[in-house]
Design a protein. Structure first.
Length: 313
């Protein structure tokens, strides 16, 4: 009896040692996590830096509780390219993330580079390659952060985030294409400044990005942009293997709250990924007003909370 019990216990211990690691990985892989997304913060930098500070401080304070893994900024960090005060305020706000070691990426909007001037000098001084190159998520840049890419692993899932600043050209697209092709196993997010309009249609340059970067690359599933005052979302189904079945859903989202009171009232998007259900949920929250938006009453009554499918590569 004693020997049988001993053998039984030994078998149980071996089963625990064998089974537990796989179960642990499986559970970890199903754990939800969130990316924070902000855009068009120029009026905070110009008039309301305390709101900008509250936004990034909230991210720092809630990193663990909300499982915040990454922060995306899709441009127009400042309103006037040559106003040093605005760059300093934006730098102070975003530096909170640096100090808390929270990974993030920033791209340039048209206001950051003087619109048609395409002058990246000031943006490069404050948010160029030097600022990010010591961060482990930062993997490479085109020129001085006129475009760059980050890699994030969350709950065991790999994400490639490709940033294209305003005024991109053929060289930029060639660079981005090579980066995406090198990482086919990563769930890819394309972040740019001008892409989707409030009416849900793509801008002319957005259409070019869609045809040249999104359509040819099955890993691209999410496109985030600002610039146009308001919110919108668009879903395109694509047949990647020409079998007559649309396997991939590409979700394209516009978020720009600068038309709200105080330059946006501190609203930003929370993208919560749910690996267990292969989905993601968008919600909208302001650390300044401490409220969540249900719908965008000022801009076409677009829903502020919705879910969409995501393929975790």
């Amino acid at each position: 009896m004693y020997k049988s019990l001993k053998v039984f216990l030994l078998i149980m211990v071996l089963m625990i040692l064998i089974v537990t690691p796989d179960q642990t990985v499986f559970a970890k892989g199903n754990k939800p996590f969130t990316f924070v997304w902000m855009s068009d913060t120029q009026y905070y930098s110009l008039h309301y830096p305390y709101i900008f500070d509250q936004m990034t401080q909230w991210i720092v304070d809630n990193e663990r509780e909300q499982s915040l893994k990454y922060v995306i900024h899709t441009g127009d960090v400042v309103d006037h390219m040559n106003n040093e005060f605005e760059w300093i305020q934006a730098d102070l706000a975003m530096k909170k993330l640096d100090q808390a070691n929270i990974p993030y990426g920033v791209l340039a909007g048209n206001h950051d580079i003087g619109h048609k001037k395409l002058n990246y000098k000031k943006f490069g001084e404050y948010f160029g390659t030097e600022r990010f190159q010591q961060h482990k998520q930062f993997r490479g840049a085109h020129k001085n952060n006129e475009a760059h890419y980050d890699i994030i692993q969350a709950s065991g899932h790999k994400f490639l985030i490709v940033y294209l600043g305003f005024g991109w050209n053929t060289d930029t697209l060639t660079w981005a294409q090579s980066i995406i092709k090198e990482h086919p196993e990563h769930t890819t997010i394309l972040a740019t400044h001008r892409y989707l309009q409030v009416d849900g249609k793509r801008s002319s340059d957005g259409e070019q990005l869609f045809n040249e970067l999104v359509v040819p690359n099955p890993s691209v599933q999410l496109v985030l942009s600002g610039h146009f005052h308001g919110t919108a979302q668009r879903f395109d189904r694509l047949d990647d293997d020409n079998d007559g079945v649309n396997e991939r859903t590409v979700v394209q989202i516009l978020s720009d709250y600068q038309g709200y009171e105080k330059g946006g009232n501190g609203f930003m998007r929370l993208i919560t990924f749910q690996p267990l259900t292969s989905s993601a949920t968008i919600s909208t929250y302001s650390p300044f007003t401490k409220e969540a938006l249900i719908e965008d009453a000022d801009f076409h009554h677009a829903p502020m909370t919705f879910s969409f499918p995501i393929d975790f590569k």
